[in-house]
Design a protein around this ligand. Sequence first.
Ligand code: NAD
Length: 276
Amino acid sequence: MNKIMDGRLVRDTRKEELKKEITKLKEKLTLVVISVGEDPASKVYVHEKEKMACDVGYQFINMHFDDIEEDKLIKEIEKLNNDVNINGIIVQLPLPKTLNKNKILNTISPLKDVDGLTDLNFIKLIRKEKGLIPCTPKGILSILDYYKVDLSKKVVIVGRSELVGLPLFHLLLNRNATVTLCHSKTKDLKSYTKDADILIVAVGKKELISRDMVKDGSIIVDVGINRENGKLYGDVENSSLEVASFMTPVPGGVGPMTVISLMENVLEAYLLQKKN
Ligand code: NAD
């Protein structure tokens, strides 16, 4: 039996569905990515977003600043907020430490916040109100749904970041999962992971989860991306697949789902903008 939950396959399926929706629109939607400074990983991610955006039929604008003052960046975002031709705005993270990340992210109009990182969209997510959901948690739910995974189980998430673990905790709770959120200060991590029917790991430490930490027959989602000597590794040891019933690979699991979820958010943002 194939035990791999294939992110590229699910992405391609969803991409075709999205393209069909987009061709029905009269307008061409526009996504803007703002990046500041030189971060090699960010460059790769921005390029991936551009490629997929053009592929599905969006216009893509890359606004890059080698350096910019906070006030000026905020003014640039406000201009984009007020421009009816712009449907989605992303500020590529990480930002240089001199800039106040929360202040900048919260300048983005919640209706154009396609990364789902404004405070308002987080509150909406907790309250199950219609808003824009962060792309990685959204992608994780999409791949679990594609493989018809019953979420009303014992779910353990490792990693409590605002980008992945924390929003995912609320999304899964809202889908009737019984969720435990583990983090760097959790004592005896294995006692939690070993008990998980569904284990989701978003830490950023190569093979933190070894095969002996995984429950027999469990479902594993490996979010981690760790680069070593030009190769990519997840947070979960590959041999865990011998014990698990299903697992996402790295690469080719959550990564492709994150990018397609962003593209879906651009369409959702446009529909929200039409309503408001
Ligand atoms: P982060 O650094 O913001 O958060 C890491 C979390 O891991 C923290 O909550 C911390 O408490 C926890 N942690 C650290 N050490 C731990 C330990 N020993 N035991 C248990 N918990 C521990 O990272 P992030 O932005 O959430 O990203 C996590 C990983 O997921 C990274 O490898 C990142 O590259 C990857 N990621 C992948 C995608 C994708 O699309 N595939 C998207 C986002 C993030």
